[in-house]
Design a binder for this molecule. Structure first.
Ligand SMILES: *Cc1c(COP(=O)(O)O)cnc(C)c1O
Length: 359
């Protein structure tokens, strides 16, 4: 077996000890006589898995009692529609446009109502987070929407926007569980788990209870109503049982390695190693304004496409995979999620150093 350092943006690296635990339980979970994949979602064993996953998440994030945790399929992209369908009572919402994922969310919300883009960083290819202290928040806006960590452009909000009393909705897919969070500041937080918390096919939406009502937009499909999911404990239909099980394992791993405070410290240390190298390098440079840098996704370039290609090829020979940047930024992108060990980033920096000497 030869596992590489996988810098993929998602689906992405998972903790090796969790993968081993899953392997050990693959044929028989506990004394159930079967694999989790073969279990009825209505069985006692699976109900325990579901509630265990939720309870660990609640304790990790300190989720207040008046928030519901929903395990939904359809990915983060389906929440782009679910958010307006469940929240647009006035048919108006304010969005901050910080990249590809908010563009898609905006496009979707426009199907249902009026969308005001109250700030944007599109003028500089989304390389920064706009100033959000004094935004022109619309009086009749049902919510203010942000993507808190922009997976493709490598930007992240250093602080939350002042929404002037309006509800805050945040897509945290690529920073989920990377640091402590004050859930009470949000109306809705949601994340596709395949970036930082599990396998593909599951989105976790954490929704304040009073926002879960039958008063959705007319024509909202039953499955897209948060109330359907909440009333049925995320089991209106068959949920993604496997992903819920794996997430539970990863949440436990975070818990036993020190919780979100320790996770943040490790993540900052990894990111600092890479950014410090970038800041002094004569060849490589980061593409994001310093005050907006993500500690999860780090895009960088040499400024020369042929050199970028040669570097990516060299990485491949040195056990580093999926380092190619997204086409809208070019160059390279290192996604250094929770499960990326410090040694992986150190290996990347050492390959950058030797490449820089050669060129
Ligand atoms: C990956 C990603 C999405 C889309 O997730 P899907 O589960 O593929 O729909 C949405 N938002 C952000 C920030 C992402 O990184």
């Amino acid at each position: 077996m030869s596992r590489v350092y996988n810098f993929s943006a998602g689906p992405a690296v998972m903790p090796e000890e969790v993968l081993a635990e899953i392997r050990d339980e693959l044929l028989e979970y506990g004394s159930s006589g079967m694999s989790v994949m073969e279990m009825s979602h209505r069985s006692k064993d699976f109900e325990e898995i579901l509630h265990g996953t939720e309870n660990t998440l609640r304790s990790l994030m300190g989720i207040p009692d008046n928030y519901r945790v929903l395990f939904i399929q359809g990915g983060a992209s389906q929440q782009f529609a679910a958010v307006p369908m469940n929240l647009m009572k006035n048919r108006t919402a304010d969005y901050i446009n910080t990249g590809a994922w908010t563009k898609k969310a905006i496009k979707e919300a426009k199907l249902y109502g009026k969308v005001n883009v109250i700030a944007s960083s599109e003028d500089q290819n989304f390389s920064y987070i706009p100033d959000v202290d004094d935004l022109p928040v619309s009086e009749d806006a049902d919510y203010v929407y942000i993507c808190q960590n922009n997976t493709i452009y490598g930007t992240r909000y250093a602080k939350l926007p002042n929404t002037k009393g309006k509800l805050l909705v945040s897509d945290v897919s690529s920073m989920f569980l990377s640091e402590p969070v004050d859930v009470s500041k949000y109306g809705v937080i949601y994340a596709g788990v395949q970036k930082n918390a599990g396998p593909a096919g599951l989105v976790i939406s954490i929704v304040r209870e009073d926002l879960i009502t039958d008063d959705c937009l007319e024509g909202t499909p039953t499955m897209l109503k948060w109330k359907t999911q909440a009333d049925n404990d995320s089991m209106y239909n068959t949920p993604n049982t496997w992903a819920i099980y794996v997430c539970g394992k990863i949440f436990k791993w975070i818990e036993r390695t020190g919780g979100l405070t320790a996770m943040k410290e490790r993540n900052e240390k990894k990111a600092a190693l890479l950014y410090d190298y970038l800041d002094q390098s004569a060849l490589f440079k980061g593409t994001v304004r310093k005050d907006s840098r993500s500690i999860m996704n780090v895009p960088f370039v040499t400024g020369n496409e042929d050199l970028d290609k040669a570097f990516i090829a060299k990485c491949g020979e040195c056990g580093i995979k999926n380092i190619k940047g997204h086409r809208s930024v070019g160059g390279m992108r290192a996604s250094i999620y929770n499960a990326m060990p410090y040694e992986g980033v150190a290996q990347l920096v050492s390959v950058m150093e030797s490449f820089e000497k050669e060129h």
